[in-house]
Design a protein around this ligand. Structure first.
Ligand code: HEC
Length: 109
């Protein structure tokens, strides 16, 4: 019995150490979403960033990724499932999108 308790507490310790929050999971996905990381275009915290500056017909043009920290979950989902002009298409599950959402909103506070 004592041995069993020892084993159980060792397991509990192990699982508490390997536990990550949904926000941490979301940050991992934000940085490495099986494709180019959101972080490269939307910035470290989702605040948006400049992707490129170029000239079009003599005019200076700036290509920016928008701030996505206040985007509601529904819009985040629809946006990730849609085709975009610049942003790549991702194949993320509902759970993964929700984790990214948590990360973006934890960062906000
Ligand atoms: C190559 C750069 C790039 C990467 C990588 C990228 N995005 Fe984007 N994203 C953009 C740009 C640019 C837009 C603006 C729409 C467009 O032109 O594609 C955008 C739009 C969005 C929008 C819509 C925002 C709004 O207010 O309409 C959301 C949400 C979003 N991105 C989330 C993400 C997430 C989450 C990831 C990672 C899984 C990601 N993006 C990866 C460039 C990028």
């Amino acid at each position: 019995m004592k041995r069993l308790l020892l084993l159980l507490s060792a397991l509990a310790l192990w699982s508490s150490e390997s536990f990550i929050t949904e926000g941490e999971y979301g940050q991992m996905l934000y940085e490495n979403p099986r494709g180019i990381g959101c972080v490269h275009c939307h910035g470290k915290h989702g605040e948006g960033a400049l992707i490129a500056r170029y000239k079009e017909e003599g005019r200076a043009v700036e290509l920016r990724a928008p701030d996505i920290r206040k985007v509601p979950l529904r819009k985040l989902k629809s946006s990730l499932l849609r085709r975009h002009r610049v942003m790549p298409t991702y194949f993320l599950t509902d759970k993964e999108i929700r984790a990214i959402f948590h990360f973006l909103h934890e960062e906000e506070s």
